[in-house]
Design a protein around this ligand. Structure first.
Ligand code: UDX
Length: 445
């Protein structure tokens, strides 16, 4: 009999995971406490911009013409508990207010709502990013609360998906990591992931703590790589060197590699910033804080990019923002996403606005989210409209649409042809040739 799978938490991770499980051929029930989210997903719609996800939902959500009907959603924990042989926990672990540590209340609540209804042997699989040591604690909590006791087994299976590539990353991840304590976890998860395993995706089985650490270590490494090149950009700026040429040359050493070596405004989003902070907090609790003091530097370098961008913009405004019009291209924390959580672009836009400029923002997908979070900024329907009458144009999220902008066309509507490229991807020569002053972080003026 094919396995029945429940997915608890239907945000980014959970909605994608549920759809992917249906694509693998399983019967899937998604559970969320938010009835609105459940209604949206049942209608085959996605509450965020994620390429390919809506199509995958419509292919499987019951009730849609031609769908496999393998995917349904509910708000009843009892229904999910009774339905699933394998339960994936996909709720979020945000940063706690006023602290570095992760807020584990949603994960705890997920286990607490599910466990009392578990009357037959099942596997509960955590996918959320958690502080190392959580799985051990939760395994005990699960067995204590479940009527089936130790028959409710726990495994940890960190998720590495990137926003904007969530579907492909879930169907064909780089690797599948399972933290388990023996039992049936490995066997069941080999069955769940039979398709990617058959396609050659490495499947690694570790203890709980190692599996938890793979995720936080991976995100810390990526953040460090970005902050490394941004630190080099600071040195380049002081020395009159060009960080884009530097990173291109470094990238040719395949021990270093070019991925995550693009200097610019730095990282944001719902993962990297909060994950490195939670990692530092957890290391402190474990008495290993010295090992991660470098992450504090990684974080500071990253935050400095934002202030540096504001300074550069001020220089372009001859020292003061009062009465100046600034166009900001980009609001999402990265391209191909409408996610504005800890977005470097909006952070810069808001700082400049607070210092007296009139800031107009345009983003291809993140406008609604940006408007809700920063109602005080002005918004335009296109890059051209945002740039009208601007004294400086700031390119802060590298959407393809912005790379394709025509410098002459934009030059015709601005008050002054001044461009700051916060992502180091625009063609400096082409913009300069069209009469623009082109400046970027870490490059000679
Ligand atoms: C990240 C991890 O990549 C993913 O594996 C994990 O599961 C969740 O966190 P995501 O938050 O979707 O994914 O974004 P990612 O694509 O990693 O980008 C993070 C940030 O780094 C973005 O703000 C991006 O603009 C920035 N970045 C990335 C750079 O500044 N330079 C680079 O070279 C690469």
């Amino acid at each position: 009999m094919t396995l029945r799978i429940s997915v608890i938490g239907t945000g980014y991770l959970g909605a994608t995971h549920a759809a992917a499980m249906a694509e693998f051929g399983f019967e899937v029930l998604g559970l969320d406490i938010d009835p609105e989210k459940i209604a949206t997903l049942t209608a085959g719609q996605v509450p965020m911009y994620e390429p390919g996800l809506s199509e995958l939902l419509l292919k499987h959500v019951a009730g849609h013409e031609g769908s496999t009907g393998r995917l349904r959603f509910t708000t009843s924990a009892q229904e999910a508990a009774e339905f699933g042989d394998v339960h994936f926990v996909c709720v979020n672990t945000p940063q706690r207010k006023g602290e570095f540590a992760a807020d584990m209340s949603y994960v705890d609540a997920a286990i607490d709502s599910l466990a009392p209804h578990l009357t037959r042997p099942v596997l509960v699989v955590g996918k959320s990013t958690v502080p190392v040591g959580s799985a051990g604690r939760l395994a005990e909590r699960l067995a204590a609360l479940a009527p089936v006791g130790e028959g409710a087994e726990l495994a940890w299976n960190p998720e590495f998906l990137r926003e904007g590539f969530a579907v492909q990353d879930t169907l064909r991840p780089d690797r599948i990591v399972i933290g388990a304590r023996g039992g049936r976890a490995e066997e069941l998860l080999r069955e769940v992931y039979a398709e990617p395993i058959a396609a050659g995706v490495p499947f690694l089985v570790t203890d709980y703590a190692t599996a938890e650490l793979v995720k936080t270590a991976a995100n810390s490494f990526l953040a460090t790589k970005i902050s490394f090149i941004n630190a080099m950009a600071e040195v380049c700026e002081a020395a009159g060197a060009d960080v884009t040429q530097l990173s291109a040359a470094l990238a040719l050493d395949d021990r270093i590699g070019g991925k995550f070596l693009n200097s610019g405004l730095g990282f944001g989003g719902g993962c990297l910033p909060k994950d490195i902070r939670a990692f530092m907090a957890r290391a402190g609790e474990l008495g290993a804080d010295q090992a991660l003091t470098f992450l504090r530097e990684v974080d500071s370098i990253n935050m400095r990019r934002r202030s540096r961008m504001v300074e550069l913009a001020r220089e372009q405004c001859a020292g003061g923002f009062l009465g100046r019009r600034i166009a900001v291209l980009g609001a999402a924390f990265k391209p191909n996403s409408d996610d504005i959580r800890d977005s470097p672009a909006l952070n810069v836009a808001a700082q400049i606005q607070l210092q007296g400029a009139q800031v107009t923002v345009y983003d291809p997908k993140a406008m609604d989210n940006a408007r809700k979070m920063f109602p005080g900024l002005a918004y335009a329907d296109s890059a051209l409209e945002a740039a009208e009458g601007a004294h400086v144009v700031l390119h802060l999220t590298e959407w393809q649409e912005f790379r394709a902008l025509d410098p002459a066309e934009l030059g015709a509507v601005v008050a002054e042809r001044r461009l700051l490229d916060g992502r180091n991807v625009l063609d400096a020569d082409a913009w300069r040739a069209a009469g623009w002053t082109y400046r970027a972080l870490g490059r000679p003026s």
